[in-house]
Design a protein around this ligand. Structure first.
Ligand SMILES: Cc1ncc(COP(=O)(O)O)c(C=O)c1O
Ligand SMILES: Nc1c(O)cccc1C(=O)C[C@H](N)C(=O)O
Length: 408
């Protein structure tokens, strides 16, 4: 029998699942066996089953058994060890350039201050009016503190910052270009290497927010010449609610890296308890206080899985999932007045898809009642976050059929 060609046919989704080399990984995640449809992996990823055992062993053996000795034996180095793991598995970053700790918001503040300090005398920070609120709010307070001007790039909310948009505002006064690699609303995938080059040509540095790309889109920060970057670990890295963020700073900047939260854990010799702050060598100076060890446990399981699968395969699955969601939206939802608020070109699209309709707020509320969990983002956007290793094509079809039924 010929394989089904209609994307709305359940057999079509089943065929995609059967042919998917990453399909079996879904069973590694807690909850994969339930009928719940999860479209929020770009906000809070599912836990891996092995993480339960890791947490139990940690309490009984490491925390309970080693007690304070744990700091010397392993925990002091964990922000950099896990940072190297993120760098190798996901960022294209050589060792010694990534540290884990704090929230994304706090690391963004520290990284932005450090970035501005790399360009003394320059007075502007360039950013996107439509970027995630925390980025805009932090930039506004850094601007207030340092007397800088924010230079906004205005974009179509269904798209994002193009290379030309960036080139149009970056200039000789620009200290830092702060942008999201994948836009939280539209999923627009910025051309990071080209925009980084635009910033560098103008003598500025770049600070990328990788929250929606890390673990979903392959990154090559070293090759792209990126200066600084931050990102979340509770989305596609499945680190769990409130898992700490990471910061990347290129080794060439370490010597003069001047971040403002100069805590004892970023000191060259924390237990000397000396009178003044002396920065630790390398990326360690970005650490401020006691590292959140428990918060880094789940993340390590996902990093191991991502390293084994490889980011190119993850991206391939991600593109297949988002493309399938777009096909179903075209077939079922466009006739009901739903518009695609994400790029149609998969080359310019990250790991989620946003579909807009004036009634989406109530539709999303009803979906949650039915155990279909996307999220809602103004204006009128239903956001499908399709975590590549834990989402199936059948799940995408089931969820979008529910959207169709609610709108019809
Ligand atoms: C682009 C982006 N930056 C930052 C954050 C979050 O920062 P925090 O972890 O500090 O809440 C998010 C999501 O919450 C985000 O989507
Ligand atoms: N960090 C979140 C939280 O603490 C509660 C609810 C949602 C979130 C999110 O991650 C939101 C997400 N960054 C977004 O892109 O909308």
């Amino acid at each position: 029998m010929a394989p089904p060609t209609d994307p709305t046919d359940p057999a079509y989704a089943a065929g995609l699942d059967a042919a998917d080399p990453l399909g079996p990984h879904r069973d590694l995640f807690v909850g994969a066996e339930t009928p719940l449809v999860y479209f929020d992996g770009n906000s809070l990823g599912r836990p891996l089953r092995v993480t339960g055992e890791r947490l139990r062993t940690f309490v009984e053996e490491e925390w309970g058994g080693r007690l304070i000795r744990g700091w010397d034996e392993a925990w002091m180095d964990l922000p950099l060890v896990v940072g190297d793991g993120i760098g190798a598995a996901c960022l294209g970053a050589a060792a010694g350039q990534v540290a884990v700790g704090d929230s994304t918001t706090v690391l963004l503040y520290k990284a932005l201050r450090a970035a501005v300090a790399l360009r003394p005398g320059r007075t502007e920070v360039v950013l996107n009016r439509d970027d995630f609120p925390t980025d805009r709010y932090v930039a506004a307070s850094v601007a207030r503190e340092l007397g800088l001007t924010l230079r906004w790039i205005e974009v179509d909310p269904a798209a994002g910052v193009s290379v030309d948009d960036a080139a149009g505002v970056v200039g000789e006064r620009t200290a830092v270009v702060l942008l999201s690699h994948v836009a939280y609303r539209s999923a627009w995938l910025a051309d990071a290497p080209a925009i980084t080059a635009v910033a560098h040509d103008a003598g500025a540095v770049v600070l990328w927010d990788l929250s929606h790309s890390v673990g979903s889109v392959p990154l090559a920060l070293d090759d792209w010449g990126v200066d600084l970057a931050v990102g979340c670990t509770y989305k596609y890295l499945d680190g769990g609610p409130g898992a700490p963020a990471f910061v990347y700073a290129a080794a060439r900047h370490h010597e003069g890296l001047d971040q403002p939260v100069t805590g004892w854990m970023g000191h060259a010799d924390p237990f000397a308890m000396g009178p003044d702050w002396v920065p630790a060598p390398g990326i360690r100076r970005m650490v401020s206080g006691t590292p959140p060890i428990v918060g880094m446990l789940a993340l390590q399981d996902m990093l191991r899985l991502l390293a084994a699968v490889g980011m190119p395969a993850v991206r391939q699955k991600s593109v297949a999932l988002t493309s399938y969601a777009v096909d179903l939206a075209d077939a079922w939802l466009a006739p009901l007045g739903v518009a695609l608020a994400s790029p149609r070109d998969p080359e310019r699209r990250g790991g989620h898809v946003t579909l807009s309709h004036p009634r989406m707020r109530e539709v999303v509320a009803a979906l949650w009642q039915a155990d279909v969990l996307p999220d809602y983002r103004d204006p009128g956007g239903l956001r499908l976050g399709l975590s590549p290793l834990s989402t199936s094509f059948t799940e995408v079809r089931t969820g979008l059929a529910a959207v169709r039924d609610l709108l019809a």
